[in-house]
Design a protein around this ligand. Structure first.
Ligand SMILES: NC(=O)c1ccc[n+]([C@@H]2O[C@H](COP(=O)([O-])OP(=O)(O)OC[C@H]3O[C@@H](n4cnc5c(N)ncnc54)[C@H](OP(=O)(O)O)[C@@H]3O)[C@@H](O)[C@H]2O)c1
Length: 331
């Protein structure tokens, strides 16, 4: 690359870009946010001015055609991730795309193939994986700190207030599992260090056709059981617990811990519960810096597309189970 800093563009004036990822790019040690695109040129211009972004485009393709951009962050509604990822790859630019990477595993595979064909990087923006607390908990589980891993319980809910929110649109890829349950699936698979053998779920379907609430279970190899619930209709809860034969770890504010020091507890049953503290970090900034490092050094990203494909395969099985009322075998 000609520059030693990645020149980023962002497709849309999305909220998540506004409050989390765009500022993380702007604060990053190895990147700069040079352009924003919106379907509406005036909105793009206003957004650029408000957030100190040097240039803007009316239309997403115009940003992809901009030769001054190396990498594109895609925070579009879920149903648009595939089309714009493929178009970004065709424009020869690297892609950090929001979660869930696609609507289906097959779509994610096609996106990965397009990225590979055009020699660009593609990563799903599950930022919580970059938080040092997540890394510490996963390492403790791997090192046997809780004995033999047996159970995982995770929760992500919040209460949606606006009826026009993209999360309530089936056409745009909304739903509780797609929006927040995907974290529960991801953390379960990450902690298990394996893919689920079987999935079962129950959902509350809303009038627009999306799941407003879901409870699900995943059975992993080694008699590891995971269960979770997610919702767009319950007050905010986001935590997980991972339990083994000897101990369990509990993580509150699990996916959005903010930048302050983060804690988790270790419960060994008969001993006093131990509080662990991890230094504060901006998980979004760690994610974009990792991605930009990979772009600048021509290295593969830490989480390949196959990981997102596996997450979506599990999500699809959970939806199938919730619709049919029967468990779904994955392997
Ligand atoms: N990692 C995280 O922490 C996190 C958190 C929240 C959301 N997300 C993900 O980020 C993505 C965006 O979520 P968000 O809550 O930020 O969405 P949002 O605020 O509704 O923004 C989506 C943007 O997409 C553009 N867009 C293009 N076609 C659209 C259509 N038909 N309807 C609505 N908007 C359309 C709009 O921008 P223009 O009008 O400017 O083109 C809009 O501002 C989703 O994939 C979501 O899962 C991730």
């Amino acid at each position: 690359m000609a520059t030693r800093r990645v020149r980023w563009g962002v497709l849309s004036t999305a909220n998540i870009g506004r409050w989390a990822v765009n500022p993380a790019i702007q604060a990053s040690r190895n990147g700069e946010l040079v352009a924003v695109a919106s379907r509406d040129a005036d909105r793009a211009q206003r957004f650029a001015k408000e957030h100190g972004i040097p240039s803007w485009h009316g239309g997403y393709q115009a940003l992809l055609d901009d030769p001054g951009i190396d990498a594109v962050y895609i925070p579009l509604p879920n149903s648009l991730h595939a089309e714009w990822t493929v178009r970004t790859a065709e424009a020869g630019k690297h892609i950090l795309c929001e979660k869930p990477l696609a609507m289906t595993a097959a779509e994610a595979e096609a996106m990965g193939a397009a990225a590979a064909r055009h020699g660009v990087l593609l990563m799903e923006a599950f930022m919580y994986r970059f938080h040092p607390r997540t890394e510490r908990v996963v390492a403790m589980v791997r090192q046997g700190a809780i004995g033999d891993l047996k159970a995982i319980r995770s929760v992500f809910t919040f209460r949606l207030t606006r009826p026009d929110n993209i999360r309530l649109s089936a056409e745009l890829g909304g739903g509780a599992l797609m929006d927040v349950g995907c974290y529960c699936v991801n953390v379960s698979r990450t902690l298990a260090g394996a893919e689920a053998l079987e999935a079962q779920a129950w959902a509350v379907w809303g009038p627009t056709g999306v799941d407003l609430q879901m409870a699900g279970m995943l059975r992993f190899p080694g008699e590891v059981m995971a269960h979770f619930d997610c919702a767009l209709t319950l007050e905010r809860r986001e935590h997980y617990e991972v339990a083994g034969t000897d101990a369990s770890l509990q993580v509150l504010a699990a996916f959005l811990p903010g930048k302050d020091p983060a804690t988790f507890t270790e419960d060994r049953g008969r001993e006093p519960v131990r509080l662990h503290e991890v230094a504060g970090a901006d998980e979004y900034q760690l994610m974009v810096e990792h991605f930009a490092d990979c772009v600048l050094t021509d290295q593969p990203v830490r989480y390949p597309v196959s990981e997102a494909v596996a997450n979506l395969r599990t999500i699809e099985a959970l939806y199938r189970s919730a619709r049919t009322g029967a468990p779904v075998r994955l392997a």
